[in-house]
Design a protein around this ligand. Structure first.
Ligand code: IVH
Length: 670
C-alpha cells in the first residue's frame, strides 16, 4: 500500500471504529459482531504499526491496551494531592461554615456541592491538548505513573478539542468501576472458580495497577473529574472550571449544584441521601467546596487538607433484623456459598430477605447464631451483607452455627483444600447444580454462544435424562426436543440450529467453554494463541504450561490436572468427534516487511513492552524465524529480564549476538 493510501485507510478505519464505539458506549447498540469489530481494530493496529507517522494521538487503538508495564515509575505531583476533612453531622457542617465565614472576614461567598465518589483519585496532565500522564494519588506527594492503563478509560479524553485550551493543565478526578461492571466481573470470577472481589473501590484500585493494560481495557473502568488546575486567570470559580471541563468533553457527573448558603448545602445532602444509591457508582458522601478560587486561596490549607472544602460522610445504611436461618448454594465448580435468610426489612429502597455470608470463615468470625439480630448493610453489591451481630439482643443458650459437612444438593461429604476459604462438593458428575452450571457455562455468549438454549430448557433436558454434559447437546435429535413442554417443530429446529452453529465457534471459545477451573476467557485466548491446539495443551508439562503468558502456578496446575482426569479427556474427545474446533485457525501473521529475512531468533525472559508471543509475531511478520534453542546457527538471542544464565553463557560461547528489547526495536525499524 502507498503511504497516502495507508493514511486514508487509517482515517477511514478510525472513523468507522469510533462510530461503532459511540454506538456501543453511548447508545448501548451494536451494528456488527464482536469478531467483525476486532477485525477492524486489528487492521488498524497493523497499518499503524507499519505507518506510525499516521497514528493519531487519539486513535481508537490507544484505548485497547496491550502494553505490559512491569514496574510503574514514581512521579512527584506538581501540586500535592491532599485529602479532605470529614464531617458526619449538621452541627459539624455548621461549624465549618462558621470557620469559612470568619476566614473571609464576613465577605459573602457561595458553595459548590458535588457527590463524593468512592473510587481512586487520579491526576491527569495535558500538554498542548494531549494526555501525557496519568498518576495515582500515592502518598499525596508522589504516585505511580499509570498512563498506559488510564488511556484505556473511554471517557478520559486523549486529545482535547475546543476553544481556549491552555497549553498545559492538570485535571483530577476519581477512577471507579461501575456497579454493573463490578457485578459482571464477580459473576465471571465465580464462574471460573475464583473468589469474588470484596468491593468495587479496591477492585478499581487493583485494576488501575495491573501490568497488562489489555486486561484493564476489558474491565471498563470509568472516571468522573472534579478539579482543574491551570495558570489561566480566566477561571475565577470552581463552577467555571467544571463548565470548561464539560465543554472539553471530560466526564463530569451532572449531580453537582451551586449553593448560596449552608442551608442549601444541607438540602443538597438530604436530596442525595437516598437518591445516590440509584447512581451507577458508589458514593459515600458530599464534597462541599467554596466556589470562588480567590476565596479558596484566601482560606488556604492546613497541613493535610484545604480549609475551603470539606467532606460530609453519609452513614452507611445499616439496620438490624433477625437471622432466621442459613441456606447453602452450590455453584458450577462445586463451591458452596452460605446465604443468610433474614426476617424481611426495608433497607435503602428495597426489601431485603437474603444477605451474603461469603464462606465458613466469615460465619465463624461473626460467631453467628440462628435467632441473632444481625446488622445488614447495602454497599455496591446487589446482595446486601451481614456486617455484625447486635450482641445485647442475643438469646441466652444459643449455639454457634455448625457449617454443613454434606452437600445440600446431593449429600456427598464436602471437602476443603488447604489455603481455600470455600468448601467444595467433590461429586462433580453427579451433583445437579454442578452439571447444570457446566452446561450453562458452556453455552454462554463468550463460550459457545448457543442462545437458542436457556436455563429452563437445560433443566428440562437434564430431567428427561437427555443431557448430562455439554457433549450430550450434540447428540440431541428433533424427537428429543419435541418431548419438552412447549416445543413444536419450528422451535425445535431453531434450538438444534443454534447448537449446530456453535460447531463453528473458535478454538479459544471451546477452550473456555470446557470449563477448566481458573481458565477465564482471557487465559483461554492466551493458551490458544500460545499452544495452538488442545492436544498440545493436554500434552504440556507443568513447566511448559508455566511458560505461556498469563499462566501462573495455580492455572498451570489446574490445566495440568484437568487433562489427567479420564472423564474430562473423554468429554473433550466427544466434543472433538461432534466437530468442535480443537485447533487455532488464526492465520500466521501477515508479513509487513523483509528486514529480518533469513534471520533467526530465540526469545527468552520478560519484556517491558511485549508479551513473548507478541514478540514472536513481530519477528515472523518482519520475515524472521523463531528457533527453539541456542545453537551456532542462531543469529540473535533476544534477551529480556530474568533470562536464565545458561542461555546467555551458551550464546556468548558460540558468538551469538545478544540483543535487548530496545535494540530489537531499532532492528525492525530497518
Ligand atoms: S476534591 C483538596 N471532589 O475524596 C482535595 N474529591 O478525601 C480535593 N473525592 O482524594 C478533592 N469525590 O479522591 C474532590 N467530588 C469530589 C470527590 C473527591 C471523591 C475523593 C478524592 C480525594 C478524597 C478526599
Amino acid at each position: 500500500m502507498q503511504p497516502d493510501q495507508a493514511k486514508k485507510e487509517i482515517e477511514r478505519l478510525s472513523k468507522l471504529i469510533e462510530h461503532h464505539n459511540d454506538l456501543y458506549y453511548q447508545q448501548s447498540k451494536t451494528e456488527i459482531s464482536d469478531q467483525e469489530f476486532d477485525a477492524l481494530l486489528r487492521s488498524l493496529v497493523e497499518l499503524e504499526t507499519q505507518y506510525p507517522q499516521y497514528r493519531a494521538a487519539d486513535s481508537p487503538t490507544q484505548r485497547v491496551g496491550g502494553t505490559i508495564t512491569k514496574e510503574f515509575a514514581t512521579v512527584f505531583h506538581k501540586y500535592p494531592m491532599l485529602s479532605l476533612g470529614n464531617t458526619y453531622s449538621r452541627e459539624e457542617l455548621e461549624e465549618f461554615d462558621g470557620r469559612v465565614s470568619r476566614g473571609l472576614d464576613g465577605d459573602s461567598y457561595e458553595y459548590f456541592c458535588e457527590l463524593k465518589f468512592d473510587g481512586v483519585s487520579i491526576s491527569l496532565t495535558y500538554e498542548n491538548g494531549i494526555l501525557v500522564r496519568g498518576v495515582t494519588r500515592g502518598d499525596g506527594v508522589r504516585g505511580d505513573d499509570v498512563t498506559n492503563n488510564v488511556r484505556t478509560i473511554r471517557n478520559i479524553p486523549l486529545v482535547i478539542k475546543g476553544k481556549d485550551i491552555p497549553p498545559a493543565f492538570e485535571v483530577r478526578g476519581e477512577v471507579f468501576m461501575p456497579k454493573s461492571m463490578f457485578a459482571r466481573l464477580n459473576k465471571e470470577r465465580e464462574d471460573i472458580g475464583e473468589e469474588r472481589y470484596a468491593n468495587a473501590r479496591n477492585t478499581a484500585s487493583g485494576t488501575l495497577k495491573m501490568q497488562d493494560s489489555g486486561e484493564v481495557a476489558r474491565r471498563k473502568l470509568d472516571c468522573f473529574v472534579y478539579y482543574l488546575k491551570t495558570d489561566e486567570s480566566s477561571v475565577p470559580t470552581h463552577e467555571k472550571a467544571i463548565n470548561l471541563l464539560e465543554s472539553w468533553s471530560f466526564n463530569v457527573s451532572p449531580t453537582y449544584k451551586k449553593c448560596k448558603n449552608i442551608e442549601q448545602v444541607l438540602e443538597y445532602i438530604a436530596h442525595w441521601d437516598k437518591k445516590r444509591l440509584e447512581l451507577p457508582l458508589e458514593t459515600d458522601g458530599v464534597v462541599v467546596k467554596i466556589n470562588s478560587l480567590e476565596q479558596q486561596e484566601q482560606l488556604g490549607f492546613t497541613a493535610k487538607s484545604p480549609r475551603w472544602a470539606i467532606a460530609y460522610k453519609y452513614k452507611a445504611e445499616s439496620m438490624s433484623t433477625r437471622l432466621n436461618g442459613v441456606t447453602y448454594q452450590v455453584g458450577r465448580t462445586g463451591a458452596v456459598t452460605p446465604v443468610a435468610s433474614l426476617e424481611p426489612i426495608f433497607l435503602a429502597g428495597t426489601t431485603v430477605k437474603r444477605a451474603s455470608l461469603h464462606n465458613a470463615n466469615e460465619i465463624a468470625r461473626l460467631d453467628l447464631r440462628i435467632g441473632d439480630y444481625v446488622f445488614v448493610e447495602k454497599g455496591g453489591e446487589i446482595i446486601p451483607k451481614v456486617t455484625g451481630v447486635d450482641l445485647p439482643r442475643r438469646q441466652a443458650g444459643s449455639t454457634p452455627i455448625q457449617y454443613i459437612d454434606k452437600c445440600p444438593e446431593c449429600g456427598t461429604s464436602l471437602v476443603r483444600e488447604a489455603g481455600e476459604a470455600a468448601y467444595y462438593c467433590p461429586n462433580v458428575n453427579g451433583c445437579e447444580p454442578q452439571i447444570l452450571g457446566r452446561i450453562e457455562h458452556f453455552i454462554q455468549r463468550k463460550a459457545m454462544d448457543i442462545d437458542s438454549l436457556g436455563e429452563k430448557t437445560i433443566e428440562a433436558l437434564h430431567k428427561l435424562g437427555l443431557v448430562r454434559s455439554p457433549a450430550d447437546l450434540y447428540d440431541l435429535k428433533e424427537g428429543d426436543i419435541l418431548r419438552l413442554d412447549g416445543f413444536k417443530k419450528k422451535s425445535a429446529d431453531n434450538l438444534l440450529g443454534g447448537i449446530d452453529e456453535s460447531r463453528k465457534a473458535a478454538f479459544e471459545n471451546v477452550l473456555f467453554a470446557i470449563g477448566i477451573r481458573y481458565v477465564g476467557k482471557t487465559v483461554a485466548e492466551k493458551l490458544a494463541r500460545y499452544f495452538k491446539s488442545v492436544d498440545k495443551i493436554a500434552e504440556a508439562s507443568l513447566e511448559q504450561l508455566l511458560e505461556a503468558p498469563e499462566v501462573g502456578q495455580k492455572i498451570a496446575e489446574s490445566v495440568f490436572d484437568f487433562f489427567r482426569n479420564a472423564e474430562n479427556v473423554r468429554e473433550v474427545e466427544r466434543l472433538r468427534a461432534a466437530g468442535l474446533q480443537m485447533e487455532s485457525t488464526a492465520k500466521e501473521p501477515e508479513k509487513v516487511s523483509n528486514v529480518l529475512d533469513n534471520k533467526s531468533f530465540v526469545i527468552s525472559g520478560v519484556f517491558r513492552n511485549y508479551e513473548r508471543d507478541e514478540l514472536q509475531d513481530v519477528v515472523i511478520k518482519n520475515g524472521g524465524r523463531i528457533l527453539s534453542g541456542v545453537s551456532g546457527k542462531l543469529d540473535y538471542l533476544l534477551a529480556g529480564d530474568n533470562m536464565g544464565p545458561s542461555k546467555r553463557e551458551k550464546a556468548e560461547k558460540l558468538g551469538v549476538k545478544i540483543i535487548t528489547e530496545e535494540e530489537f526495536e531499532k532492528l525492525i525499524k530497518g
